[in-house]
Design a protein around this ligand. Structure first.
Ligand SMILES: C[S@@+](CC[C@H](N)C(=O)[O-])C[C@H]1O[C@@H](n2cnc3c(N)ncnc32)[C@H](O)[C@@H]1O
Length: 195
C-alpha cells in the first residue's frame, strides 16, 4: 500500500520499530517519486561521497577500481561516480523498484537486490575502503550510531582492521534539513580472513 511509513522517509527515529523488509517496502512504495521527494529537502549526500572519492582517487586509477554502492537506490551516487570516471560500479539495494529506476538509466554494471546485513554475500569481495556520511546530530541521538556503530568503528581501528578518516561537513552539505554532517572513510588494512 503506497504511503505506509510516509514520515519514516525522512525521520530515522521512526524506523526503529520497522523490520529491514518494512524499510525496503517503504522505498519500493515511492521509488518512482524518490528523487523528487528527496530533492525537496535538498538531498545531496551522494554529491559529498562522490566528490570525496574523486578527491582521494587519482583520475588514472578510477577505471581500475571496483566500487559497490550499498543502498544504491535510484543511482544518484552511481551516476555521480560515472561522471567522475569510475567505470566499475555495482549496486546493492533490497528495494527492487528503486534498482529498476537505476537499471532503466543503465548506471551500474551489476544490480544486487539484497540487504547489507551480517550474512555473507558471495557476490561481494571484502576489503578496500568504506565511505559514508551521517547527519552529526544522529551520532549523539541514535542508539544504533552512538552505542553500536561508532564504538565498533573505534574498536576495529584500535585492532588495526582499518584506518579511519573522518571529515566534518558543514550545515546544508547533506541536505537543507539534516544540519551538519560527518563523512567517514574506513580504509581496510587486513585481509578478509580477520573477519
Ligand atoms: C535514502 S535512500 C538513498 C539512495 C541513494 N544512496 C541516494 O543517495 O540517493 C536509502 C536506500 O537504502 C536502501 N536500504 C535500506 N536498507 C538497506 C540495507 N539493509 N542494505 C542495503 N540497502 C538498504 C533503501 O532501499 C534505499 O534505496
Amino acid at each position: 500500500m503506497a504511503g505506509r511509513h510516509t514520515q519514516a522517509r525522512f525521520e530515522f527515529s521512526l524506523r526503529k520499530n520497522m523490520t529491514p523488509h518494512d524499510i525496503a517496502d517503504m522505498f519500493n512504495d515511492f521509488a518512482e517519486d524518490f528523487e523528487e521527494v528527496y530533492s525537496s529537502i535538498g538531498w545531496r549526500p551522494y554529491e559529498v561521497v562522490g566528490d570525496f572519492m574523486a578527491k582521494i582517487i587519482p583520475e588514472e586509477n578510477r577505471s581500475k577500481l571496483k566500487v559497490l554502492d550499498v543502498g544504491a537506490g535510484t543511482g544518484l551516487l552511481g551516476n555521480k561516480l560515472k561522471n567522475h570516471g569510475f567505470t566499475h560500479v555495482d549496486a546493492l539495494d533490497p528495494a527492487e523498484k528503486m534498482l529498476n529506476v537505476a537499471k532503466r538509466r543503465k548506471i551500474y554494471q551489476r544490480y544486487l537486490c539484497a540487504f547489507m546485513n551480517k550474512d555473507r554475500n558471495d557476490a561481494i569481495e571484502t576489503g578496500g575502503r568504506i565511505t559514508f556520511t551521517v547527519p552529526t546530530k544522529l551520532i549523539n541521538n541514535s542508539d544504533n550510531l552512538r552505542d553500536r556503530l561508532l564504538p565498533l568503528i573505534d574498536q576495529l581501528a584500535e585492532e588495526g582492521v582499518w584506518k579511519v578518516t573522518s571529515v566534518a561537513l558543514g550545515d546544508g552539505e547533506l541536505s537543507f534539513t539534516d544540519g551538519p554532517g560527518t563523512l567517514f572513510s574506513l580504509k581496510v588494512l587486513v585481509s578478509e580472513k580477520k573477519f
